[in-house]
Design a protein around this ligand. Structure first.
Ligand code: FAD
Length: 361
């Protein structure tokens, strides 16, 4: 992207606008990219904390923010490349793990955790940026997993937002011995977009991420709204008793004692984060590999998009850590994936169109 048009303007005005319009997905990439104490520029809740004395208006935040592209396209400064269907795909599979330890804890077919463990055990990666749960039950938290145990204990989906890239901030100094850049990244589409933009713009330290694994995503939820108000407050379900949640047409809550609750999706819609309304990507089109559940039972739908992703799946099949079938054999999941991608794109286009914008510099 040429920034000639910005001559004389402040890049930070654009970032402020991304936050003000609620386009900001709060992925945290700009914070990791910033070289002048980023935490004081824009916190991951999207709140500008900029101190003029610190911010040097270098534009690095803009170069690592995919949501800024939406804004700049709307302003007529750039045009974004249109993505058709589910993006570029080399192969599409339904995959399930053969590892019992993964099967016990994974969300769908366990593809993501099996891939991470296989890559870790074969020396392809030293660590994985993903999401775990800390002291607060059901609160997704960014984590840099540096052992197989940490990868395994992070399996499963938390539907609240987790800016996984932020772990790089605190962990990079500790990673010095592994400075070869062998890190895997797991994230939802908005996170993959900004990561790839930052990598394309050669911004450090994102070159350390060797493989990106995108999770299919319709939306993610506000923790306080969904977990604290709805589930704990209204439904009187103590969060520490939840073993797993899953969305398959409804929002399912599985408790540790075997009981199960379900919430119609229309009753959780009000807790969807505003930024998700502007997301036009269901399958993480920029990732090396993407995975989702799309109504499958015990299988992950997997899209292989890069040579690296292809090599990984071939290696995993050769080592028999997964079994795979052509995704097209699972007709309803395949069609659902196409339908959800199409719907998300058209909804986002409408919502972006409705953003009212005046750029005052
Ligand atoms: C917010 C969200 C919404 C989703 N919506 C859909 C959907 O609409 N349709 C669909 O088909 N699939 C959706 N998925 C993907 C799905 O839930 C599974 O992650 C996917 O099918 C892979 O399953 P698996 O068994 O291979 O993953 P596992 O082996 O269980 O691994 C899951 C990985 O996801 C990471 N993770 C968990 N929670 C988060 C989070 N909040 N943010 C980032 N990373 C996380 C974990 O650290 C782990 O590495 C969603 C995922 C998330 C996080």
């Amino acid at each position: 992207m040429s920034l000639r048009w910005l001559k004389g303007l402040k890049y930070t005005n654009i970032l402020d606008k991304v936050v003000a319009t609620e386009l900001c997905s709060k992925c945290g990439t700009c914070i990791v990219a910033c070289k002048v104490n980023s935490r004081d520029c824009l916190d991951y809740a999207g709140k500008p904390l900029r101190e003029e004395s610190r911010c040097i208006d270098c534009g690095i935040c803009l170069h690592s923010c995919a949501r800024a592209d939406i804004l700049m396209e709307k302003l007529g400064f750039i045009s974004r490349e249109a993505v058709e269907g589910v993006g570029e795909v080399r192969a599409a599979y339904a995959v399930r793990t053969t590892r019992e330890d993964v099967r016990r804890v994974c969300q769908d077919g366990g593809f993501v955790t099996t891939l991470l463990l296989w890559a870790y055990e074969n020396g392809m990666i030293d660590a994985a940026l993903l999401s775990g749960v800390g002291e607060q039950p059901q609160l997704a938290e960014p984590r840099l997993a540096k052992t197989a145990e940490e990868i395994l204990s992070s399996a499963g989906t938390r539907y609240t937002y987790s800016p996984n890239i932020l772990s790089l901030l605190d962990e990079i100094p500790k990673l010095a011995p592994y400075s070869s850049g062998k890190i895997a990244f797991v994230g939802v589409p908005c996170q993959i977009h900004s990561l790839k933009k930052a990598q394309r713009n050669n911004i450090k330290p994102f070159e350390r991420i060797k493989i990106s694994i995108g999770l299919f995503c319709s939306e993610s939820f506000d923790y306080v709204g969904l977990m604290k108000q709805k589930i704990e407050g209204e439904m009187k379900i103590p969060l520490e008793q939840i073993a797993k949640t899953n969305i398959k047409g409804k929002f399912f809550i599985y408790l540790k004692d075997g009981r199960q609750h379900e919430i119609p999706l229309k009753d959780v819609k009000s807790y969807v984060r505003k930024a998700c309304e502007f997301c036009d990507d269901f399958t993480a089109v920029d990732a090396d590999v993407s995975a989702g559940g799309v109504g499958l039972d015990g299988w992950s739908a997997v899209l292989i998009r890069s040579k690296l992703g292809e090599e990984a799946i071939e290696g995993m099949l050769a080592d028999k850590v997964i079994e795979a079938k052509p995704l097209q054999e699972f007709k309803s999941a395949y069609e659902l994936m196409l339908k959800l991608s199409k719907n998300k794109r058209s909804k986002a286009a409408k919502n972006i169109d409705e953003i009212s914008l005046t750029l005052t510099i």
